[in-house]
Design a protein around this ligand. Structure first.
Ligand code: ZN
Length: 319
């Protein structure tokens, strides 16, 4: 096995911008490039391997044929555990909520969705919607959806580059306009849309809302800010733990020289380059990576290095 550059799937949702193409080098001819699915074994948008022996295969095929690439920590997951995206919100995303595993597996036949957002870039004054201002009752929540006053009780949070939000399943949320994020989430595409600013989709009709299900799964208490952790230096890189939960562990990683990593047998690694250029070397494999590139390093590949000044997001699965 060897480190694999991944070609993403793209989504042209109506709120998307053009920055993933213009600033992040994504080759996609959609008018709007709302999302690139950087690490995905989800049927709605599969990552494709772009180098070496398995070039042209989907990552999902590789994983099916060779589950050991995931590492021993992934044995507890029946399916590929995570999905990583870049999201360019030129306009507001709908207000939405995702169910937890128990509900999603019972009702939708797939995983629930806990997710985390890393603010890669944003316009001055950009805000996102994160839970309620104060605890509300189910009745009030349902009533305010009906009479269009929901936004009076939701919490708007100003954001800046480098901020982190942990969106536990059940947390009401919406990415606001002018925000570009890296999203690490459970491998799921189940979203209950509650409020869509009265917009219509490409077909001229309002997009479907899922109000009954949303009221069932939404946590009615205010969401707590995620604790900010201190940066530390390790093996040539400055790192900061962004998020750690049962589904994923995510660090920001930055070096101006060379950083080394070890993909042991416990977990695969995923690196998403957000600034600069770097060369990944692992055994016979050498990969040039630039801003916007994604690489999957199978568990058991062993030691590898990244040389050249870059910043990125590093994800693995812990025990
Ligand atoms: Zn979401």
């Amino acid at each position: 096995m060897y480190p694999m550059k991944l070609a993403p799937a793209f989504k042209d949702y109506l709120w998307g911008g053009t920055r993933l193409r213009d600033d992040f080098g994504k080759k996609c001819d959609y008018d709007k490039v709302a999302e690139s699915w950087e690490l995905s074994c989800h049927k709605d948008g599969l990552s494709v391997i772009a180098n070496g022996e398995f070039s042209g295969k989907t990552l999902a095929e590789l994983v099916n044929e060779n589950r050991s690439v995931l590492g021993t920590n992934c044995k507890r997951f029946e399916q590929f555990p995570i999905l990583i995206k870049l999201i360019d919100a030129k306009d507001n995303l709908s207000v939405q909520v995702h169910p937890d595993n128990e509900y999603a597996q019972r009702v939708e036949g797939e995983y629930g969705k806990t997710e985390m957002w890393y603010i890669v870039d944003c316009d001055p004054g950009a805000e996102l919607l994160y839970g309620f201002k104060k605890e509300v009752s189910k009745e009030e929540f349902a009533e305010r959806i009906k009479n269009n006053t929901l936004l009076e009780i939701t919490q708007s949070v100003p954001v800046k580059k480098g901020d982190v939000f942990f969106i536990k399943a059940g947390t009401l949320h919406a990415i606001g306009k002018g925000i570009l994020i890296a999203e690490i989430q459970q491998n799921s595409n189940t979203t209950y849309r509650i409020y869509d600013y009265g917009r219509v989709g490409a077909d001229g009709k309002p997009r479907q809302l899922h109000i009954d299900k949303a009221v069932e799964v939404t946590n009615l208490c205010p969401a707590q800010p995620y604790p900010v952790t201190e940066p530390f230096t390790e093996n040539g890189a400055e790192k900061r733990l962004l998020s750690k939960c049962e589904y994923f562990t995510v660090y920001s990683v930055e070096t101006d020289n060379e950083a080394s990593f070890d993909a042991d047998g416990t977990s695969f690694h995923h690196i998403l380059v957000l600034e600069g250029n770097t060369v990944l070397k692992c055994g016979d494999t050498s990969l040039e990576l630039k801003k916007g590139d994604s690489v999957f390093v199978p568990a058991g590949c062993g030691k590898y290095s990244l040389s050249g000044a870059f910043k990125g997001v590093f994800t693995r699965i812990d025990q």
